[in-house]
Write a protein of this length. Structure first.
Lengths: 114, 328
């Protein structure tokens, strides 16, 4: 996968370089008053940039399926489980305290009556 | 009797603040939640931009290909037909743009962080303003009991006074116990989470940074081409032999210009966003929350918290304190 990523990264760089070169040539054509050539070159540059964007998306997709990304998702899942557990523990503690207060109140009342 | 009651008054007064008041980590927790909200919204925006970027690339490829034809099955849109086929497709029937079946991985990761932040708020007992008012009222009642208890003690009516003290002390101690449990659970959780949040923030910032760069690059090239298209329509406007040809050129230029202005504003907005800073803020806010929790677990932290709570419950409390001092 690392090889794939390296190859894609190099291709992305190359496409970016080509697109920039075409763009520069298009700008020169405008200066030279050749609007048709400028438009043609700019169109090719956009196509190159589109290919570059496609490859960038592919690279991101590869990155998000690598072990590090999965490990990070697993860690976040564990964290959620822990947080759910802590929330349940806190709720239980609150219930226990409320119950204890009720019992204490009742005992106190009985003692007062006695 | 009064001497025996004094430490109880002090403890109950301080602890009663803990029963329902603020704590040292409430602010940092709120900051973290807000930072998560901001990054989650940024992630959703960038996910949409990534899709838009890919769609634009696919559309550009079709537009410049002179051999490309597109198709549309009008019958598929009729009632009772397969609505999923009611779409513009390539000549060979394949979709022009990729369909989106699953959320972007970055959105999935961010939603895990959102869930975590919301669970933290649940554990911390973040409550509605209405509930806070109820708690404030309860704290006020506890102070009232203490005042009347102290008066009764001073007047030698020990039975009533002790009962009031006992009730207030029970509430306060229960509140303090809950607060200490809450702090313990949160500290352990946030400590475990800190390196994970930092790593996730860094990863997401890198992925979204790539989306941002790709979007700005592709869009700026596309806008540049459309500007050329617009300018190249100028001669058509000048050379138009008929009113309808001139009108057509004007309509094309108006449509193009309207879209160009909108699209360049969008690129400008994205270029102005600092996605790295948003995730950095989130990571820092989490680290600050951990610090606040750890500090609030120290003796000094508890004292500071108790003092802050005491002043938060406050006018009532300080008035009460003044009265106590006057009585003793």
């Amino acid at each position: 996968m690392a090889d794939d990523l390296d190859t894609i990264s190099k291709d992305i760089e190359r496409l970016g370089g080509c697109a920039n070169d075409l763009q520069a040539l298009s700008a020169k054509a405008i200066q030279a008053g050749d609007a048709a050539k400028a438009q043609d070159l700019a169109t090719q540059a956009v196509i190159m940039m589109g290919k570059k964007a496609e490859l960038s998306a592919k690279r991101r997709s590869l990155e998000t399926s690598n072990p590090e990304w999965r490990q990070l998702l697993d860690n976040l899942d564990d964290l959620e489980q822990k947080a759910q557990g802590a929330k349940a523990d806190m709720q239980k503690t609150q219930d226990t305290v409320e119950a204890a207060k009720t019992v204490l109140g009742a005992v106190s009342k009985i003692l007062t009556v006695l | 009797m009064i001497r025996q009651g004094m430490p109880v008054i002090g403890v109950v007064l301080v602890l009663s603040g803990c029963a329902g008041g603020e704590n040292l980590y409430a602010g940092p927790l709120g900051n973290f939640e807000q930072a998560v909200e901001r990054t989650a919204s940024t992630t959703r925006v960038y996910s949409a931009l990534a899709r838009q970027n890919q769609n634009n690339a696919a559309i550009s490829a079709v537009v410049v290909n002179a051999d490309a034809a597109i198709g549309f099955d009008v019958t598929a849109c009729a009632k009772g037909q397969d609505a999923s086929k009611c779409m513009v497709v390539n000549g060979d029937g394949t979709p022009i743009t990729a369909s989106v079946n699953a959320p972007e991985p970055s959105v999935v990761m961010m939603s895990r962080i959102e869930t975590y932040a919301s669970l933290l708020a649940d554990i911390a007992g973040a409550v509605s303003a209405a509930e806070l008012q109820v708690r404030e009222k309860a704290a006020g009642t506890a102070l009232g009991k203490l005042q009347s208890g102290a008066r009764a003690l001073k007047a030698g009516q020990s039975g009533r006074g002790l009962k009031d003290f006992k009730g207030a002390a029970e509430d306060a101690l229960a509140g303090a116990y809950l607060q200490s449990q809450r702090r313990k659970l949160l500290t352990a959780l946030v400590k475990d989470a800190d390196p994970i949040i930092a790593a996730a923030g860094k990863t997401l910032a890198s992925v979204l940074g790539d989306v941002r760069a790709s979007y700005i690059e592709s869009q700026s090239f596309r806008i540049n081409l459309e500007v050329l298209n617009f300018n190249n329509l100028g001669p058509l406007l000048k050379a138009g032999k008929t009113a309808s040809a001139v009108a057509q050129a004007q309509v094309l230029r108006r449509t193009a210009l309207t879209r160009l202005i909108r699209e360049s504003q969008q690129v400008q907005a994205v270029a102005g966003m600092d996605v790295g800073a948003a995730f950095d803020d989130m990571t820092k806010a989490h680290a600050a929350l951990l610090k606040a929790l750890e500090f609030s677990s120290t003796e000094l932290g508890m004292v500071v918290e108790a003092i802050e709570n005491f002043s938060a419950t406050s006018k009532k409390a300080s008035n009460a304190l003044g009265q106590f001092q006057g009585m003793m």
